[in-house]
Design a protein around this ligand. Structure first.
Ligand code: ZN
Length: 329
């Protein structure tokens, strides 16, 4: 396969701290010989394990970028055993635009793996992670939140894996993160995900969904900052004990937990995030808005559990995810 066109301005093998860029030539209307500049920080001290930390895989999710920008500004090499690679704005064009997808090519980075070295901007970024950054890593933490159209109870998550040893290591790292909830996540659309790319290379992989709505709160930022510190301690890269926590364990046993709107209209939430539901309980109503006096569509829980995610913003479109119920373990 062709080499990646991305040129890092940092040396991944050098001890100390370097703030630089992944530079990708990007010729476009606004800049004939221009480049996409993806900020990256590398902190290295000796030959210990490597953590790869990413935010803004989707550009409208903010807890990860905030926690990682803060970490990049504070982390000193003498506290590190090994190497920390920090990319707070993985999908930099999407982050700059405040959008989920990249305005460069309208691709979803988290559906573009393994990418291509001779593809579009997002495909080239995916390929660089696939073939250059992921192979360097022992442990990978990829921050997500709900973005502009979803809101979540704050959780760290991992996936069911064929390799049960690897799965157990992912569960340990997820629990060390110490979010209020720990999820065994079911992906309903897993083709091309960074998660799968990392897991298929045998890495310890942890993802999150921390809040949403296209913004962050003091509470969710605190969860993200504590989580990344805990994961680095768990990996032995930072000294000190993991802060103890007792996450509530959640599972997505099947796609029955997901509800999708079958009409467009005005959403009336009938329960809030984190509340307990039983099978058959009402989750939300959707009122048609083309006229009055019409019955709303009703969406009901199909499994017992808690409301783990909900549609964000007051109006909903056809096929949008309206609610996700997760089972208590
Ligand atoms: Zn996301």
């Amino acid at each position: 396969m062709k080499p990646s066109p991305i040129v890092p301005t940092v040396d991944f093998d050098r001890n100390g701290i370097q703030h630089g860029y992944l530079r990708l030539p990007w010729s476009r209307d606004e800049s004939a010989w221009g480049n996409l500049m993806i900020p990256i920080t590398v902190v290295r001290n000796g030959g210990g394990p490597t953590a790869l930390l990413t935010g803004a895989n989707h550009g409208d999710e903010y807890e990860g970028p905030i926690a990682l920008v803060d970490l990049a500004s504070r982390l000193s090499p003498d506290r590190v055993n090994g190497r920390v690679i920090i990319v707070p704005f993985m999908n930099t064009p999407a982050f700059a635009a405040g959008r989920r997808l990249s305005p460069a090519d309208h691709l979803n980075l988290n559906r573009t793996f393994p990418g291509r070295p001779d593809g579009t901007v997002t495909e080239k970024v995916a390929d660089f992670f696939q073939r250059t950054l992921l192979p360097m890593a022992d442990i990978v933490l990829d921050f997500h939140s709900g973005g502009r159209t979803l809101d979540f109870v704050p959780f760290a998550a991992c996936h069911i894996l064929a390799d049960k040893d690897q799965e157990a290591r992912c569960i340990d790292a997820r629990n060390a993160f110490g979010a209020p909830y720990s999820m065994m996540m079911l992906e309903i659309d897993s083709v091309g995900m960074y998660d799968t790319a990392a897991e298929s290379q045998g890495k310890v992989f942890v993802t999150t969904e921390i809040g949403g709505g296209g913004t962050a709160t003091a509470r969710t930022v605190a969860i993200a900052k504590r989580g990344v510190s805990n994961v680095l301690k768990h990996a032995g890269i930072l000294d000190g004990p993991v802060e103890p926590s007792q996450p509530i364990e959640l599972d997505m046993p099947s796609s029955e937990g997901f509800s999708f709107s079958q009409s467009e209209g005005l959403v009336e939430p009938t329960i809030d995030l984190g509340e307990h539901v039983r099978k058959g309980d009402l989750l939300a109503r959707v009122y048609p808005v083309e006229g009055l006096g019409r019955a709303p569509a009703e969406y009901r829980a199909r499994i017992d559990g808690i409301l783990a995610a909900r549609h964000f913003s007051g109006l909903i479109g056809m096929g949008d995810c309206i609610a996700v119920v997760a089972a208590l373990v």
